[in-house]
Design a binder for this molecule. Structure first.
Ligand code: HEM
Length: 214
């Protein structure tokens, strides 16, 4: 008689595959986030030669909000990674709360600084409006995440914080968009302005998909 155990054999293989995929996804997210944080931190050398060439004069004229924005962004995108480590959350809840407070402050600085520099951004009005919408949504999702944590509503807290981090991760997706579409010959203004909207819309869609995962 043939042994009849397909389910017992298939399930662990599928589970192992999806576990490997998730691990690879998390490693890629962390690597890209830390890479963009490290590259962005060059602004703290205060050497204008390292600034985005097309915006050098504008950034020098708005240095305080720019540094508030980049300091917040570098901190939030790096600290946020720690918040999603389930082991750390379970074993060191106090650390999770402190890094969480740091994330909220840094996200507020990112959003506020972003709101202040967006009106001076490249390719108006489409790109600055896209970044303004991103800043408002980042501030709103982070505030909602904090609000739910304070009231002990942990599932809702996690959902809003995942959305907040997905929006923060726009810093990565936007640069990937420029890298992918830059060499296609499309006008730079179109690539930049479409990226200012598409990057965060795609990230939010991915976050919603992850939240609906069984
Ligand atoms: C999620 C909310 C964010 C918003 C609303 C936002 C908004 C903006 C805006 C409006 C500009 C000016 C663009 C222009 O001159 O055309 C900018 C530039 C910049 N942002 Fe953000 N940003 C966000 C997240 C981040 C994060 C997380 C980082 C760092 C990890 C970051 C790093 C930078 C840097 C380095 C620049 C200067 C331009 C460059 O060298 O690429 N931003 N951002």
């Amino acid at each position: 008689m043939t042994p009849h155990r397909p389910a017992a054999i298939e399930l662990p293989t599928a589970a192992r595959k999806s576990g490997t995929l998730r691990r690879a996804g998390r490693i890629s997210v962390a690597t890209l986030a830390l890479l963009v944080a490290a590259v962005s931190a060059r602004y703290f050398t205060l050497d204008p030669d390292t600034f985005l060439a097309d915006q050098r004069a504008v950034y020098l004229a708005h240095l305080a909000p720019l540094l508030l924005h980049i300091g917040g962004g570098v901190t939030a995108i790096s600290l946020g990674l720690l918040q999603f480590l389930p082991g750390l959350r379970a074993r060191r809840p106090a650390l999770h709360r402190w890094t969480g407070r740091g994330y909220v402050l840094a996200a507020a600085a990112t959003g506020l600084g972003g709101l202040l520099i967006a009106p001076h951004g490249l390719y108006p009005p489409v790109a600055p409006l896209g970044f303004t919408a991103l800043a408002v949504l980042t501030l709103a999702t982070t505030a909602l995440g904090l609000h739910h944590a304070r009231h002990g509503r942990i599932p809702a807290h996690r959902r809003w914080m995942l959305r907040s981090y997905a929006l923060m991760f726009t810093a990565v997706t936007f640069r990937l968009w420029l890298l992918a579409l830059g060499p296609t010959g499309l006008p730079t203004a179109a690539v930049y302005a479409s990226g200012a909207w598409a990057a965060w819309i795609v990230n939010l869609a991915v976050a919603e998909r992850l939240l609906r995962r069984p």
